[in-house]
Design a protein around this ligand. Structure first.
Ligand code: KIV
Length: 267
């Protein structure tokens, strides 16, 4: 695979061709994923739940992200690497700059921050200094205590119009990508159509520009204490070539617009 950049994703959006993303946390899986046709690897703070055994992403430290980011960079073979800024590592603008710089120094190509319009100034500061930002909206797991549970976001008309406005503010502030998690199909479709930047979805229906999944969910090894979300599909079950085959099947299904289906989406 050739090296994927933000330009690749912007071109995909212009051409109406979908792209695939998957989480990875170590070198071996990063290599398998990047050679399977997946364009974007996310070093997600979901590692707190799938690797570290926590009940949420809140305990994940910036040092944890740096460690896993370094592992993934060594295995990557040309995918774009996005890395999560963990809980409370971007509570102020100067802190967001310091934290993002730590991940960029390890080889991240984009950093992801959870939140809405309150991130506008940090987004501007980072992007003006050469750090591409992916804004993560909808269900933002670092705010689970405020949200009151892992629930679909934007179902009420006022919530939906706020999300549309805030997505536009973040694009205007320089965000390079937007990720929407657990958002009704119609709302995700409207935001994707309104924004110029590529929009990646998880539990956001089939019409976003890209799709993302947590690697463990795709392999059917969601930790037993976590309820398997509706938007998950186990690609290993149908693979005739083990784990590598499951990654290729996922990438192909996204590229060919066979995944996600409506059964994986919220209406
Ligand atoms: O940390 C993560 O894996 C994520 C995905 C759920 C998008 O943010």
């Amino acid at each position: 695979m050739t090296t994927v950049s933000l330009n690749t994703l912007a071109k995909r959006k212009r051409e109406g061709r979908k792209f695939a993303s998957l989480t990875a946390y170590d070198a071996l899986f990063a290599e398998l994923i990047s050679t399977s046709g997946v364009e974007v690897i996310l070093v997600g703070d979901s590692l707190g739940m799938v690797l570290q055994g926590h009940d949420s992403t809140l305990p994940v430290a910036l040092d944890d992200m740096v460690y896993h980011m370094n592992c993934v960079r060594r295995g990557n073979r040309g995918s774009m690497i996005m890395a999560d800024l963990p809980f409370m590592s971007y509570a102020s603008e100067s802190q967001s700059l310091e934290s993002a710089a730590s991940l960029m120094r390890c080889g991240a190509h984009v950093v992801k921050l959870e939140g809405g319009a309150w991130l506008a100034e940090s987004t501007r500061l980072l992007s003006e200094r050469g750090i591409p930002v992916c804004a993560h909206m909808g269900l933002t797991p670092q705010s689970i205590n405020r949200l009151g549970g892992y629930r679909v976001q934007g179902r009420q008309p006022d919530q939906a119009s706020t999300m549309i406005e805030e997505a536009q503010i973040l694009q205007d502030s320089g965000a390079a990508l937007l990720l929407l998690e657990c958002v009704p199909v119609d709302l995700a479709t409207a935001i994707t159509g309104k924004l110029e930047i590529p929009v990646i979805g998880i539990g956001a229906g089939p019409h976003t520009d890209g799709q993302i999944m947590v690697m463990h969910d795709l392999l059917g090894v969601t930790p037993p204490r976590i309820r398997v979300p509706k938007f998950v599909k186990n690609f290993l079950r149908e693979s005739t070539d083990g784990i590598a085959g499951a990654f290729r099947a996922y990438a192909d299904a996204v590229h060919e617009e066979r995944f996600p289906e409506m059964e994986h989406s919220f209406t």
